[in-house]
Design a protein around this ligand. Structure first.
Ligand SMILES: NC(=O)c1ccc[n+]([C@@H]2O[C@H](COP(=O)([O-])OP(=O)(O)OC[C@H]3O[C@@H](n4cnc5c(N)ncnc54)[C@H](OP(=O)(O)O)[C@@H]3O)[C@@H](O)[C@H]2O)c1
Length: 352
């Protein structure tokens, strides 16, 4: 039997474990046993915006009211009738919150394959690729699962800022500064010594953000009006209307550019009206990454990304990996993320 955790699309707190039979494999299919995945605010975002951005479409369910929330992690090929997915191979990729996934490998080779399932054909290829990886120690896989899906975005944000000469800003403000994506981007941007790197975070995460080494200065959300009024840009990971409007209103014409990246504060009231001043632009990493890979060449892009990630991970001495297996710890981790009750230094790794 396989196990699925189904998420109520209109109430993300409502998770249901369901046992499902494992059907016999068809020619060309492989069955993957999902073994280790990360849970961060990014996964909540996938589900919170799943309808609009198609995230529910990757792993469809029989009941349209419930979805299989996507996660990034590792799996073993448990059984296979597909040439490019030999039994026993270890894979990195995009999985449902479940024990198993059946894929139809296409465009395969030594390094991996794409899932050619018909319902995934129109979805961004970056999510459809399964990469063969060598066996690695649990801690190393945990770091990969936690940061690899996020650090690409951090890297692209920093590259975008540098490429645009920081939009003429003397100060770059990162909202939801304690999130892993913001920490990576701020850490990279700070190394450039081109602008003051400022973190904006909740009062309880302020000390952590200060100690992380990613920021020159950190302010709590309540202190927005203490931000210096100098040419600035905003990288918004929080998606919180109050924070967004507060920064725009306080900085006024000094705010040169505003980028919306995330939605960590997924349950804050939606942004009703555009904030004053410069209009925020959306940052969708898969599109921006594809353009960068075309400009630099895919190999150069991957080499630069990997080098930056290794350097950042070596500096993440604050991270505490919290790994557990089973339905109960997985559901508990999901609900803690929903409640904003996971300390930013904890990296949650789960498996069913
Ligand atoms: N646009 C893209 O292409 C793209 C790509 C990757 C990631 N992202 C987005 O980047 C964001 C960061 O993701 P992550 O995985 O890096 O986050 P994370 O490390 O899990 O960040 C956790 C932080 O989010 C805030 N937070 C979490 N839950 C909250 C809640 N319920 N209420 C209030 N605050 C809460 C807190 O930060 P503070 O206290 O500092 O606010 C917390 O420390 C996500 O929205 C993700 O979707 C976007």
């Amino acid at each position: 039997m396989a196990l699925d955790i189904l998420t109520n699309k209109s109430d993300l707190r409502d998770l249901r474990a369901a046992e499902v039979a494992l059907p016999p494999l068809q020619e060309g299919e492989a069955r993957l046993r999902i073994d280790r995945f990360a849970l961060t605010a990014n996964n909540i975002t996938y589900s919170a915006i799943g309808e609009r951005f198609l995230y529910w479409k990757f792993f469809p369910t029989a009941d349209a009211g419930f979805g299989r929330s996507p996660v990034w992690g590792f799996a073993d090929v448990e059984d296979s009738r597909a040439h490019d997915a030999p039994a026993g191979a270890r894979l990195w990729g995009y999985f449902p919150l479940a024990t198993h996934l059946v894929v139809t490998p296409v465009r395969g080779g030594e390094t991996g394959f794409f899932d050619g399932a018909a319902h995934r054909a129109e979805l961004p290829p970056i999510y459809n690729r399964y990469e063969r990886v060598p066996a690695a120690p649990a801690h190393e896989e945990a770091l990969t699962a936690l940061f690899r899906p996020l650090f690409g975005t951090s890297f692209l944000i920093d590259d975008h800022l540098a490429d645009s000469n920081f939009f003429g800003a003397e100060m770059a403000v990162f909202a939801s500064a304690s999130s892993k994506t913001a920490l990576g981007a701020a850490w990279l941007a700070r190394k450039r010594h081109r602008a003051e790197i400022v973190g904006l975070t909740s009062a309880q995460n302020r000390t952590f953000a200060e100690r992380s080494g990613a920021y020159d200065r950190v302010f709590a959300y309540e202190e927005v009006e203490s931000l210096p009024r100098k040419p600035a840009l905003l990288v918004d990971m929080a998606g919180n209307a109050r924070v967004l409007h507060g920064v725009h209103a306080h900085l006024g014409p000094a705010l040169r550019h505003s980028i919306t990246v995330g939605l960590t504060h997924w349950d804050s009231p939606p942004v009703a009206a555009p904030p004053p001043g410069v209009a925020p632009t959306m940052f969708f990493a898969p599109d921006i990454g594809a353009a960068r890979a075309r400009a630099w060449g895919a190999d150069v892009f991957q080499d630069r990304l990997r080098a930056a990630q290794s350097e950042f991970l070596a500096a993440c001495d604050w991270l505490v990996v919290d790994e557990a297996r089973g339905v109960a710890p997985t559901v508990a981790a999901w609900r803690a993320l929903l409640d904003g009750a996971v300390a930013p230094e904890r990296g949650l790794i789960r498996a069913l």
